[in-house]
Structures are given as C-alpha cells and as structure tokens.
Design a protein around this ligand. Structure first.
Ligand code: SF4
Length: 185
C-alpha cells in the first residue's frame, strides 16, 4: 500500500507540474506569484522564496527577473536597510493569479467533499514528515505554529508571536511565515 501511495504522489506531482506551463509562465513562476501573494511582508523576500520552493538563490533570481520583465512583480528596498529587498505583486500580477492553473486541483478536491478532511490531514502529515527528513523549512501560518500565543482576533486578547514578542496584525494571521515552528517539533 505504501508503494502504491508513493507511486500516486509521484503521478500527482508530475500532473501538477505539467499543468503549470500556461499563460507564458512555468511552474516556478506560478509558485513565486502564489508565494508573494500569501507570504507575510517579513517573509516576502528572495531567500525565503528559494527555501519555500526548495531551490537555489540563483534559480530564484532568474525566476524573479523574468516575472519583473513581464510586469507581474516589483522589488522594493527596505527603508531601514536598502540591501534588504521585499517582493510585491503588481496589479497585473494579481490579475494573472486569478488564472492560477491550480484551480483544477481545487475543483477536483471540492468534488471529494466527505473525504477532503481526511485527505488533507493525511497529506499534511506526509508533507511534514518528508520536509523533516529532507531538511526543508516547513513554512506555515500562525494558528498552527509552535511560537503562536494569544487569541485569534475577534476574541479576547491580542494574537502574539512568541518568537518576536510582537503582536500579529489580523491580516497576517493566515499569511505564510518563514520562521514557522511545526507544533510537534
Ligand atoms: S513564528 Fe509563528 S507565531 Fe511567529 S509570526 Fe511566524 S507563524 Fe506566526
């Protein structure tokens, strides 16, 4: 059964990869657009993107250059330290993301209704295990993070990051973070 699961995941991975050669973009470029739209501002930088996509800084540099030329992203230097670059989507980038080819996956998952919760739980465990074994950074969102403390906005108290001690803005709660700590680590 384990062999069958590994085979299916390999087939799924190849299908997902091939789906993303569309609208003049490749899988890495689509991955970069998604990351930039979902990452916290402090995480939205080229080095974190390279870790997120499990690739090299050189490859990411080419990916970002291409997206910049196409007008989908911009690089903004931090005011405190001009050497630090933040990535932002342009309006054209936001429009392009509405054509994200991964909607095929969402549509297929939505049809599973009853099984989707179980599938999500099992795949989450699988991804977590593989990331740990391969030494990849986990990334994740505040409510699932081992550093998270406080209450969710709207309830009593202020959500806070236990790593920095800083309050977490409501809009950032569900954004991807580079310093995420897997809760069972
Ligand atoms: S380290 Fe964890 S709690 Fe802190 S901002 Fe990142 S995800 Fe949120």
């Amino acid at each position: 059964m384990a062999e069958r699961l590994a085979y299916l995941l390999d087939r799924l991975g190849r299908a997902v990869h091939n789906l993303q050669f569309t609208d003049g973009l490749n899988p890495a470029q689509w991955g970069a657009l998604r990351f930039i739209s979902r990452a916290k501002p402090a995480t939205c930088k080229p080095s974190a993107l390279a870790d997120y996509l499990c690739t090299t800084k050189g490859t990411i540099s080419q990916t970002l250059k291409s997206l910049e030329i196409k007008g989908y992203i911009r690089k903004i230097a931090e005011t405190k330290d001009r050497r630090v670059v933040r990535l932002v989507l342009t309006e054209a980038g936001r429009v392009m993301l509405t054509r994200d080819p991964l909607w095929h996956l969402e549509a297929a998952a939505a049809e599973m209704s009853d099984e989707i919760t179980t599938a999500t739980r099992v795949l989450s465990q699988y991804v977590k295990k593989l990331q740990g074994e391969c030494g990849f950074k986990p990334f994740g969102v505040c409510p699932e993070c081992g550093h998270f403390s406080g209450n969710i906005c709207g309830q009593e108290g202020v959500p806070r990051c236990g790593l920095t001690g800083e309050p977490i803005a409501a809009r950032e709660i569900e954004q991807i973070c580079e310093t995420f700590l897997s809760a069972t680590n």
